[in-house]
Write a protein of this length. Structure first.
Length: 268
């Protein structure tokens, strides 16, 4: 199959040493064009930090996102403009001063400061990522936000229930708003055990049967997840495409999921 995987979420920036960036990215460029997410939860993010991190990435691979904007709870909002970001998520799994996180177990929603960060992100043309929000914060953000929304990396609660997985109600709302959903390969979201490629196929097929092929993408979470052994790197994703083809998916729909849906979302 002749396409390059447009991956919504790769965690290499916070799991690799900067000396490895160029070698890794040049090694995958034949197969993939990932969005490089900066996971800030355990980082000391001060003014200039994001730019310094981005400057270590070869310019041809400069597609960045922000996972957990907790440091904007009190810090200067101008940090959102330090580097060109495709999307920003307000939280990681825990609550912070912006919103309630998916795994905190609380019913905390969107805060006033969180709303301020949303407006600042929209002012910069940055999409809003709902991947790590709890249910209440998700729906409050969807009510409040005016700009583009996506879920960068998740699986689907109707197939396997997990706090980080989207319900069909959430997916429907994202799709109706022109959003996009990235299918991740994290085993604990797929099945709770060590997942297999068949588990990934089952989640993808659930989405497609309910919502079609035009809003689903890949959000691998490579370098930040525990994937099935058969899906441990970008070349192996073509094996997933083959499994979908065996299930009856035509190549044009497979290409949408793996490449063009994500490209079109960010191009608008």
């Amino acid at each position: 199959m002749n396409f390059v995987i447009s991956d919504l979420h790769n965690d290499m920036l916070t799991t690799m040493d900067s000396s490895e960036y160029a070698r890794y990215l040049h090694g995958i460029k034949e197969y993939a064009a990932p969005v490089l997410a900066v996971w800030t939860t355990r980082l000391d993010v001060k003014r200039g930090f994001l730019k310094k991190l981005a400057d270590a990435v070869p310019k041809e691979f400069a597609r960045f996102a922000l996972e957990d904007a907790h440091f904007l709870g009190e810090g200067p909002l101008e940090q959102l403009g330090e580097i060109p970001l495709l999307y920003v998520g307000l939280t990681w799994n825990d609550d912070n001063t912006l919103a309630g996180g998916a795994k905190s177990g609380t019913q905390m929603g969107l805060t006033e400061r969180g709303k301020t960060v949303i407006r600042e992100a929209e002012r910069h043309g940055i999409a809003l990522d709902v991947a790590h929000l709890n249910r209440r914060s998700f729906f409050e953000l969807m009510d409040y936000a005016h700009g583009k929304t996506l879920c960068s990396h998740c699986c689907f609660d109707a197939v396997y229930s997990h706090p980080r997985n989207l319900t069909d109600e959430q997916i429907e709302l994202l799709v109706l708003r022109g959003g996009i959903v990235g299918m991740t390969f994290e085993s604990s979201f797929l099945t709770g055990l060590k997942a297999k490629i068949s588990d990934v196929v089952r989640h993808i097929d659930h989405f497609v049967q309910k919502f079609g092929c035009d809003s689903l993408a890949i959000g691998s979470d490579f370098n930040g997840c525990a994937p099935p052994d058969e899906l441990c790197d970008y070349p192996s994703i073509f094996g997933l495409a083959y499994e979908l083809e065996k299930l009856g998916y035509d190549q044009s729909d497979i290409r949408k999921i793996f490449e063009t849906n994500a490209q079109n979302f960010f191009a608008v």
